[in-house]
Structures are given as C-alpha cells and as structure tokens.
Design a protein around this ligand. Sequence first.
Ligand SMILES: *Cc1c(COP(=O)(O)O)cnc(C)c1O
Length: 383
Amino acid sequence: MSYAINSLLIHGGIDGDETTGAVNVPIYQTSTYKQDGLGEDRGWEYSRTGNPTRAALEKLIADLEQGEYGLAFASGLAAINTVLSIFERGDKLIVSDNIYGGTFRILDQVFKNFGIEYKIVNTSNLEEVELAIDHTVKAIYVESPANPLLTVTDIKAVSNIAKNYNKLLIVDNTFLTPYLQRPLTLGADIVIHSGTKYLGGHSDTVSGLVVVKDSRLAERLYYLQNAIGGVLPPFDSFLMIRGIKTLGVRMDRHVANAEKVARWLVDSGYVQKVYYPGLETDPGYEVQKKQADGPGAMVSFVLDAKYDYRKFFKNLKLVTLAESLGGVESLVCHPASMTHAAIPKEIRESVGIVDELIRLSVGIEDADDIIEDLKQAIESSAK
Ligand SMILES: *Cc1c(COP(=O)(O)O)cnc(C)c1O
C-alpha cells in the first residue's frame, strides 16, 4: 500500500523494530558485527559500510523523495563531496548562480584542483543553461529556491534540457524538503540535502542525505560512500528519523509564518526589496507554484539604507543571529559575511548578495512575536 507523505513521514523507511516490537528503530551503536563463519555475515559487516539505524534513515529519505536508494552522510557537504566524486578530471558542471557558499567553496577550492571544472549560470534562465552546455559538461547542479536570494529554477524544464544532451541533473532540495518538493518526480537524477536544516529541524544535528532512482548511479554512490567514509553515525541517524516524523506539521507552520512575515516586510516601508517565492510579485512565483507544494520559509530582504544592518543584528531579541536555517527557532544571517563569505565580493554583488541583504529562516514561534521583534530591531537601528 502506498501512503501519503504525512503517513510516510512517520511510517516510511523501516518502521520500528521487528525483533522486539519497539516502535522506534533502535540506535545500533556498534562499529562491527559478528560473522558466524568465514564469509558468513548476517548482512552487516562494518558500520562505515552499513549500519541498521543509518539504513532506516536511508530508506526513509528514499521513500519521501519517491526515489529508490538513499544515502546518509555526516554533513550536507560530505554528501556533496561524495556526489561530486562521481566526476573525473576534465568533466565540467553547470552550477546555479546563487548556491550555498560551501558548495561553491568545495567546487572552487577542492574539486577544481582535481581538474573538475564548473561554470556558474543563472539556471532560472533556460536559454543560458542550454548555451552553457558543451561536450565537457557532465551535469547541471541546481538549488531551487537558491541560497540566499530564493531564485526559483524550473526543475522540469532544466531536466528536459539535461535529458536532451544526456547530462545528469543534481538538485539540492534542502530549502523545501520532500514535504514541499520532490525533484526526482520532476526529472532530477540525484537529490541532495543538508539534513542539518528542516529535515532534522531542531538545530541539534549535522547531516547530509542523497537520493537516486537509478541502480547504477546508486551502486557508484554506495561505493564512494564507503570508500570516502563520511557516513552519519547511528545516534545522529536516530535524531534525523525523529526529526523527520514532525516535518509536515513543522513545515505547515514555517510556511504560514513566512508568508505572514514576508507580506509584513513588503508593506513595512523598512526594506528596499523582499525575496520570497511565495509573493505573487516574485519572479519565481509561477514556477514555484507549479513544481512545489509551497514556497518554503526562507525570506531574504534588503534593509533600507536609512538603517544600519550591524545595529539591526545586535538589536534582535527573539530572532537569533546564527549560521544555519530550518530549525524550529527563527534564525537570521548576514550572507555577505557569513554563509556566502567564501564567494568573491564581485561575484557576490553581481548576483545581488549586497551588504544590506538579510536572510531570515522563519521559525515556528508565534508569527506576531517574530514580526514585533523585527520591527523593534529595525526601528532602533535607524542611522
Ligand atoms: C547548509 C547547506 C548545505 C551544507 O550542509 P551542511 O550540513 O552544513 O554540511 C548545502 N546546501 C544547502 C542549501 C544548505 O543550506
């Protein structure tokens, strides 16, 4: 029987424990497994290669993304590292122009040294994507909505281009999660997550996840997961499974709050610009509506020049200045000096990541309290 996503969040993957009837998957805190004789293991050999708690999470994320194979890693970047390791010297990737800073950094400072090239493209412009394709390009790497300007890319349209030219499409689905968007059903080949964010949801675990449908791709990725070794520990796998159970109720509240905060910001007179694909005026609105079940809860805005952004951050009381996003608490960050500091200033500013840009991860507190805090912090930061 196939369940709807709200049931899958709770009963997907491996539901409980067959042996004891425990309703939760136990934490198999073990590095190795007894073999009954030479070549006679019971399906588990060594916990880098496989661990039952991690396997339960891996199956769960595969179910949620409507894929076949899931893999769990020690961080989003460990997941990205493993995915990028399928490429070889001379290969090139087309990459969305406002992606997570760490993704840019690993491409620019690590994989480039191994001869893997990248080309930054505004993937929301399909002509640009198609023009960038040549025989060295092996994959298109998209974040939608992208970080931190929430630019929406038409995943299905880009997947059609990728298929026409026989390239892979990789989608970082961290911002929307499978509750709101399932890129494999839109034609993506590989889905990546920083599980640290909404999936875990409580700002207490760092993790990364990958899902694919194709068995040959899966085989290569499992090989690399074991060979590179950046796997998610059993306890963290348990925390992820536990976090995912409430993903639906959390996301519903996150989105409702974000819509309220975004509309308030637009009307407030305090800001030059609001980036949120849930606003009808946002250039990504229509595509977002077509390909996702909601716009997510990341809202970015450019503070008006009348206000001092440094003071704004200092004046916040409820909303916390911190790296990361997707937790139950509202977090705010300054992309230019924090998440996107690894991107050279010219590139950063040319895509709109100016110094006055503020990225807000709207939490699940009372929306009016969040708005009240933003209001007092902005008003008391007047120059
Ligand atoms: C945080 C993040 C990552 C990196 O994940 P870590 O868990 O921090 O290693 C990748 N992509 C996006 C969109 C992110 O927000």
